[in-house]
Write a protein that binds this ligand. Structure first.
Ligand code: HEM
Length: 228
C-alpha cells in the first residue's frame, strides 16, 4: 500500500518537480551568460578626423590681435592666410593690417559691389579724416588719398588741396560679392593732409558704398580702432 502510494506519488509529483528544477537550472545558466555588449553609440567612424573643439563662424576671420604675419604682402586683391598681422571685422566690413617701423600695410574688404574706404583721425563725424578710398574703374583697382574738410565731406583728394598722394603701392579686385583693396603708406607721410600713425591704438572710421562711384554716399559706415 505504501509502495503503491510512493509510486503514485512519484508519478504525480516527480515530473513537475523535475521540470521545475530544469527550468530553474536553465534560468540560472542563462543568467550566467556574458552580457550582450551595448550597441556602440551613434558616432563618427573611428577613421573620421576628430571634430574641432569649437566651430565658430569666425573661421575665415583671424581674431583681432593675431600677431606675426607669415606670408609676403602682395597688393593683389587677395587677402591670404598670414599676409597681415592683425584683422578686425565690423559686420560686412573687414580690415586687415600690419606695420613695421616705417610703413603700414592695409587690406580693406567689404561685402559689396562698390567702393571701400577707411579714414584715420576723424574728429566730429568725418571732419579732418585722412581718408583712403578704393574702388574699381573699368575692372581695375583705383585708389584715392583724400582729406575730409567737413563733418560730412567733402573729401577731395589731398593733391587737390595742395597735398601729396602718399599711397606707395596698391591693388585690388572684386570676387564672390566682395571688394578688396590693399595699400601701403608710410606711418608718417609728412603730408599735412595725412594723419601720422602711431604704434598702439589709432582711431579709424570705415565705410563702403553700393557702387564704384566714389562720390556716392556710403550704404554702411562705422568707427573703431586698430592697434599697430
Ligand atoms: C563718398 C562720399 C560721402 C558722403 C557724401 C558722405 C556723407 C555722409 C553723411 C551725410 C553722413 C551723416 C549721415 C549718416 O550718418 O549717414 C555721414 C556720416 C558718416 N560718414 Fe560719410 N560720406 C561720404 C564718405 C565717407 C567715407 C569715405 C567715410 C569713411 C572712410 C565716411 C564715414 C562716415 C562716418 C563714420 C559717418 C558717421 C559719423 C558719426 O555718426 O559719428 N563717409 N557721411
Amino acid at each position: 500500500m505504501a509502495t503503491a502510494f510512493i509510486r503514485l506519488g512519484s508519478r504525480s509529483i516527480v515530473m513537475p518537480v523535475f521540470i521545475s528544477i530544469l527550468l530553474i537550472f536553465l534560468t540560472f545558466l542563462l543568467s550566467c551568460q556574458p552580457a550582450t555588449p551595448a550597441a556602440p553609440p551613434a558616432q563618427l567612424p573611428a577613421s573620421s578626423p576628430a571634430a574641432p573643439a569649437q566651430s565658430t563662424p569666425q573661421e575665415s576671420q583671424p581674431a583681432a590681435g593675431t600677431s606675426g604675419s607669415s606670408a609676403a604682402w602682395v597688393p593683389d586683391g587677395t587677402i591670404t592666410q598670414g599676409e597681415y598681422q592683425k584683422s578686425k571685422s565690423f559686420g560686412d566690413y573687414e580690415i586687415n593690417w600690419s606695420a613695421d617701423n616705417e610703413f603700414v600695410y592695409i587690406g580693406m574688404k567689404a561685402k559689396t559691389d562698390g567702393w571701400v574706404a577707411m579714414g584715420f583721425g576723424a574728429e566730429q563725424f568725418m571732419k579732418n579724416a585722412d581718408i583712403v578710398e578704393g574702388y574699381l574703374s573699368d575692372g581695375k583697382a583705383a585708389i584715392a588719398d583724400m582729406f575730409s574738410t567737413g563733418e560730412f565731406g567733402p573729401h577731395p583728394a589731398d593733391v587737390q588741396q595742395g597735398g601729396t598722394d602718399d599711397i606707395l603701392q596698391f591693388g585690388g579686385k572684386r570676387e564672390n560679392g566682395a571688394t578688396v583693396i590693399e595699400f601701403k603708406r608710410k606711418l608718417d607721410t609728412g603730408d599735412k593732409f595725412d594723419k601720422p600713425l602711431v604704434k598702439g591704438a589709432n582711431k579709424i572710421i570705415w565705410s563702403f558704398g553700393a557702387d564704384d562711384q566714389p562720390t556716392n554716399k556710403h550704404v554702411t559706415r562705422g568707427s573703431g580702432e586698430i592697434d599697430l
